[in-house]
Design a protein around this ligand. Sequence first.
Ligand code: PEP
Ligand code: MN
Length: 337
Amino acid sequence: MVVILDSTATREQIAAVQREIEQAGCGACPAQESRRTILGVIGDTRKIDSEQLQRQSGVEKVLRVTEPYKKANRLFHPENTVVQVADRLIGADKLTVMAGPCSVESEAQIVEIAQAVKTSGAGFLRGGAFKPRSSPYSFQGLKEEGLELLKLARAATGLPIVSEIMSVSMLDRFEAEVDVIQIGARNMQNFDLLKAVGQTRKPVLLKRGMSATIEEFLMSAEYILAEGNENVILCERGIRTFETYTRNTLDLSAVLAIKRLSHLPVLVDPSHAAGLAWMVESLSKAAVAVGADGLIIEVHNDPANARCDGPQSITPERFEALMQSLRAIARCENRVV
Ligand code: PEP
Ligand code: MN
């Protein structure tokens, strides 16, 4: 349920409406829409007499929200959410570009890539320290040492770091050491992990599960928001379809749908979507053209010998060219890179 207050509603009137909602055992989350206040109601709203609420002074309209996600719903929060990380804004006019290797492999590798992507204009360094691999025999990441190397690369470049968490047991370390905690596709419905990151105020990059519907994706975001962490960034990274030419199928229509249904920023990961380095530039441009708030791209200085996801990784030189070509598309969309 959403209660839209009149633009002339006084603070006392708004507080009275909030009290009424709370007396019914529900919570009221206020948001501002231009000059009006909106109260998003969470909890069992069947106990609320919406007609009586509608009659209260200061109330313009009461709407029932049919979607199961509430705090992630644009009706609850009409303005776009902008997530701040250090001095960077995710979801604002400037597109967010996160770039770096799939996995951190060595100090020389991560620092060299970080310096290169920074020079080309990336705003964040990505790098996996704990890797969710399909095979237990594949490289699982440098783990804690990987986090240390990411911190060295951050110190060398000033780029905030983004890295994937796999277990609640690592949360204290991630909270203290990384700038954006990534939850990968395979953990999109790890509800304990979602609740745990929800208890922090750390920005969370939540990737869409490979078989998740848009609604399931938004419900996973809701788990984090429901715990009080509003710093959620969504990432479309391709879904499983019958097609095998590409690793996944990039669902660009999901970007449009999510921007309509939700106020949360949406990034696109063309690397995991395609699984093919040669597609990354074109898919990146397409993502910006449909209104994505940014990109997360795998960049490796030696893709042929990468320990993970080499075939989809682009070189720093290709990344530089990609950033140049994005600038023109961004301008058409009234954005900057
Ligand atoms: C990754 O970003 O390296 C990754 C494993 O992504 P996803 O969870 O989307 O597969
Ligand atoms: Mn990867």
